[in-house]
Design a protein around this ligand. Structure first.
Ligand code: PLP
Length: 451
């Protein structure tokens, strides 16, 4: 029996007036890449200062403070910790925000087409959701034809929609298990959908690597049919991913335990530079017969941060089930935000649906990933070159935007105080803030403090 067999076909939900089933002419160019420089960083007059951190841990006063959940039925005393959306943004080797040339080209086409600004349908720009799904699941995925997919307000909106769907239609516990640690927003997103959040073991502080045994134990000891959130690639914040072999094992355990996997894929292509390789876990689970939930973001891999282009999908049993799931997704979306923004999704759809532009985009994603990988290598080389006796192999084995250095809070404090290098107390640095120019100073600062 399919887990979604009890999801009923809902009544039709009418689209906002004027919604189109096909994209029509439009144009607008918005740029909103938040430059998030902390107060402390801003106030520092050292010309060599480097910001590799997150707004929150450094800012002495938060931009706002919410003492308890705004939802009457929500979690008590939930400390909402607003983190700057600009924190995890890619920077080029000059430390500047980067707009991909393929995105500029797609945007030019969208503008030249003189499309109007009519509403999209509830599930977004028509050409977008299935194209996004194909990117994740693969062009020849056995799941094609039974994927309920919708555009969402980037990855965050996809997770929130998935959370709401689980709250309504997951027959088992209203609970989700997320890794320790996880992206700071995960807990808040799921709790806001009134799901209980439990954590499973993931990161081993001592090895600065994956606690695979702990993770396996937690997968095995969770009750049958539990919902598990996995970072599909480039785990945030640790940069530590399971190997393909480990993913296979995780998938098998999930099958045995009938767990429901929810993949958060915020960095496809951005992790290794290869979109197919980064989709390994998702595709392995599909090959193994799982019916997954998936959130996708085009914030990082297309640099569309402020455009809020994302997708959510659920793999169903067959086309009939997908129809029912689809209807329930619409029922959730319509009163929540009615329909998603169009501009970013049009850009993304233009890239995904044009083979030439797609190839260009893939090369540009690889360029971003390669720069990150190169900075990791450089940092490690420089630390070793300075004579550091520590094992820095984790710097290059971790993947994606963030790196856990393994520095203790007092060491981080000293690096900041003495060398004007800013990052979070847990020792996490944003690798995209490293450039050819500042990597030397960074290595020296870490070496002088850590040895
Ligand atoms: N999931 C993870 C793990 C992330 O790191 C992020 C962004 O940093 C997101 C989801 C969602 O990002 P967005 O809502 O900008 O697509």
């Amino acid at each position: 029996v399919s887990i979604w067999s009890k999801v009923p076909q809902g009544p039709p939900v009418s689209s906002p007036i004027g919604a189109r089933t096909r994209s029509l002419p439009i144009a607008v160019l918005t740029r909103s890449i938040a430059g998030c420089i902390t107060e402390a960083f801003k106030a520092d007059s050292n010309p060599k200062k480097i910001n590799l951190g997150a707004l929150l841990s450094l800012s002495p006063t938060l931009p706002y403070h919410v003492p308890s959940s705004p939802h009457p039925g929500g979690p008590k005393n939930a400390q909402l910790t607003p983190s700057s959306p600009g924190v995890g943004a890619y920077r080029d080797d000059a430390g500047k925000p980067y707009v991909l040339p393929s995105v500029r080209e797609a945007e030019r086409r969208v503008i030249d087409d003189k499309m109007n600004k009519e509403y999209a349908g509830i599930t977004g720009v028509p050409e977008f959701p299935q194209a996004a799904a194909k990117l994740a699941y693969g062009n020849d995925s056995p799941a094609l034809g039974r994927i309920a997919a919708t555009q969402t307000i980037s990855g965050t909106g996809a997770l929130r929609l998935g959370a709401e769907f689980l709250q309504r239609w997951h027959a088992g516990e209203k609970k989700i298990r997320i890794p320790t640690p996880s992206w700071a927003n995960h807990k808040a997103i799921f709790q806001d959908a009134r799901l209980e959040v439990e954590q499973y073991r993931y990161y081993n502080k001592d090895t600065i690597g994956l606690d695979f045994d702990g993770m396996v134990q937690d997968l095995k000891s969770a009750p049958e049919g539990s919902v598990f959130l996995f970072h599909a690639c480039a785990h945030n914040p640790t940069g530590v991913d399971p190997t393909p072999e480990q993913w296979k094992e995780i998938s098998q355990i999930c099958l045995q335990k009938k767990h429901l996997p929810f993949f958060d894929m915020a960095y496809q292509g951005f992790a290794s530079g290869d979109s197919d390789r980064d989709a390994f876990a998702v595709r392995q689970f599909i090959r193994d017969g799982h019916k997954i939930l998936l959130s996708q973001s085009f914030a990082k891999n297309m640099g569309l941060y402020g455009e809020r282009a994302g997708a959510f999908s659920i793999v169903g049993e067959d086309a009939e089930e997908v129809k029912r799931i689809d209807s329930q997704l619409k029922i959730i979306i319509r009163p929540m935000y009615s329909n998603p923004p169009i501009h970013g999704a049009r850009i993304a759809a233009t890239i995904l649906n044009d083979p030439k532009l797609y190839t260009q985009w893939q090369a540009e994603v690889k360029g971003m990933a390669d720069r990150i990988i190169t900075m990791r290598k450089l940092l490690r080389e420089k630390l070793e070159g300075l004579g550091s006796k520590h094992d820095w192999s984790h710097i290059t084995s971790q993947i994606g935007m963030f790196a856990y250095t393994g520095l203790k809070p007092d060491e981080v404090e000293k690096v900041t105080k003495d060398y004007s290098v800013y990052f979070t107390k847990d020792g996490r640095i944003s690798v995209s803030g490293i450039t050819s120019d500042n990597v030397g100073h960074l290595a020296e600062a870490i070496y002088k403090v850590k040895g």
